[in-house]
Design a protein around this ligand. Structure first.
Ligand SMILES: Cc1cc2nc3c(=O)[nH]c(=O)nc-3n(C[C@H](O)[C@H](O)[C@H](O)COP(=O)(O)OP(=O)(O)OC[C@H]3O[C@@H](n4cnc5c(N)ncnc54)[C@H](O)[C@@H]3O)c2cc1C
Length: 402
């Protein structure tokens, strides 16, 4: 059986960022997953909500940052970048740090006496002394009961669509008030869909544009962190995860919620003047009727639409990772589905770490974003080195191969 010191499950920004740091520190790492696969599932025509600096993997500046990418490839990357550009950058990064990525699925992860055992979809196994779970949020779509009860041709989650072309000429109501709802509405409207946004919130918010940050001139970095998460001021607080995690829980929760409250990027607003957006609207019932859906809203009004699209986001719950052994999942101390993580994003199971969105309850909202990979990669590498000084690693017997 193949064996490695560290297995990283996930080849997205967090998994790749950690792989780079650990390998640079001389660790033996196997990284498993389909590189940038989550990003390939997103609808064409999407733009990154995070700006250029906030979309760098593993580091904010340096040879592997967005800045390094543009220098190396001469690609023109403006302050705002398309999904396509980000995906190209992600693959460029992966080629440099992990050309040997194992393009298989982990179907089972269990604990053994010596560490962990991973089982792949082809039936082969890998033993690892330490595991980093950086498997993203794709398994965590929030599907309210109404969505689960309706047929899929009449209702779906935004995550179910990589293309809105099939909706051309149809009427669609979108539930939500965040980036995903508003950007889907813009893309659909531009693609010939008769679309309306139904927002539960009494008001739809947009993020501040570049003007406000630029207006601060050379003082801008003092109030606004390059991680690009949260409004001015709060952005700085949440950009120091090691400090932020020590905040009392009620304060932590309030700040974290404010940093990621549902809102659209400022550049979406000019794309939506002709799209009806109804705030304070809750869909009370949705009844199929001759191939369409009859909606009744909380304000007493009704709609008849071809499709109801739920832009209701994601609920982290690590027990929903299908590969996580039930016994192992039960051993991970959790709160509201999030693992409670110690230094180095390590869970209550020694040498089992969680990166990306599952780390957000312990380390704050930047963990949900690409920019958080700067912190997660550094923190894991530091903890691995510190633990190794206490318990020197054994020499690997076999090097696992892709
Ligand atoms: C529509 C949309 C727009 C977004 N826009 C932005 C943005 O502008 N800026 C931003 O910072 N964030 C954005 N996000 C958030 C984004 O999801 C995260 O920033 C990012 O995905 C975090 O990277 P990750 O490495 O944690 O996860 P992912 O990128 O999802 O990577 C997960 C990896 O795990 C692998 N994997 C999963 N399960 C297994 C398994 N069983 N075996 C092997 N491999 C597995 C996958 O193949 C993939 O390689 C957006 C999210 C959505 C839904």
């Amino acid at each position: 059986m193949d064996e490695t010191e560290i297995a990283v499950i996930g080849a997205g920004p967090h998994g790749l960022g950690a792989t780079e740091r650990l390998r640079a520190a001389g660790r033996e790492v196997c990284v498993i997953g389909d590189p940038m696969s989550f990003w390939h599932t997103m609808p064409q025509g999407l733009w990154m909500r995070s700006r250029r600096n906030g979309s760098s993997i593993g580091e904010v500046t340096g040879p592997l940052s967005m800045e390094g990418y543009t220098e190396d490839t001469q690609a023109v990357v403006e302050r705002h970048l398309s999904l396509e550009t980000f995906i190209e950058y992600g693959h460029w990064y992966q080629q440099r740090v992990a050309p040997d990525v194992i393009r298989r699925q982990v179907v089972h992860l269990e604990r053994t006496d010596a560490g962990f055992q991973l089982t792949f979809n082809d039936g082969t196994h890998l033993r690892a002394g330490r595991v980093l779970v950086a498997a993203g949020i794709a398994e965590f779509t929030r599907r309210p009961a109404m969505l689960r009860d309706l047929p899929s041709d009449l209702a779906s989650h935004v995550a179910d669509h990589g293309d809105y072309e099939p909706f051309r000429g149809k009427s669609v109501a979108i539930i939500g008030a965040g980036q995903s709802a508003l950007e889907s509405a813009a893309l659909m409207h531009e693609g010939g869909v008769d679309v309306e946004v139904l927002a539960r919130q009494p008001q739809v918010h947009y993020l501040h544009g570049d003007g406000l940050i630029d207006g601060l001139g050379r003082f801008s970095p003092l109030f606004y962190a390059p991680t690009d998460v949260g409004p001015i001021g709060i952005s700085r607080l949440v950009a120091t995860p090691e400090v932020f995690r020590r905040f009392p829980r009620p304060i932590f929760d309030v700040i974290a919620a404010r940093a990621i409250r549902p809102a659209g990027a400022s550049w979406l607003k000019p794309r939506l003047p002709n799209v009806p957006i109804t705030p304070g609207a809750v869909v009370k019932s949705a009844v199929p009727n001759q191939g369409k859906l009859d909606l009744e809203l909380s304000d007493g009004t009704r709609r008849r639409v071809d499709h109801l699209l739920f832009a209701t986001g994601y609920d982290v719950d690590i027990r929903r990772y299908p590969f996580l052994d039930k016994t192992l999942a039960d051993q991970v101390r959790c709160a509201d589905g999030y693992p409670i993580l110690k230094r180095g994003l390590e869970s209550s199971v020694p040498r089992l770490h969680f990166l990306g969105a599952p780390a957000a309850r312990s380390y704050g909202p930047v963990m949900r974003f690409v920019a958080g990979s700067w912190f997660s990669s550094k923190a894991v590498a530091k903890t691995v080195a510190a633990q190794d000084r206490r318990t020197p690693r054994r020499a690997p017997r076999h090097q696992a191969v892709a």
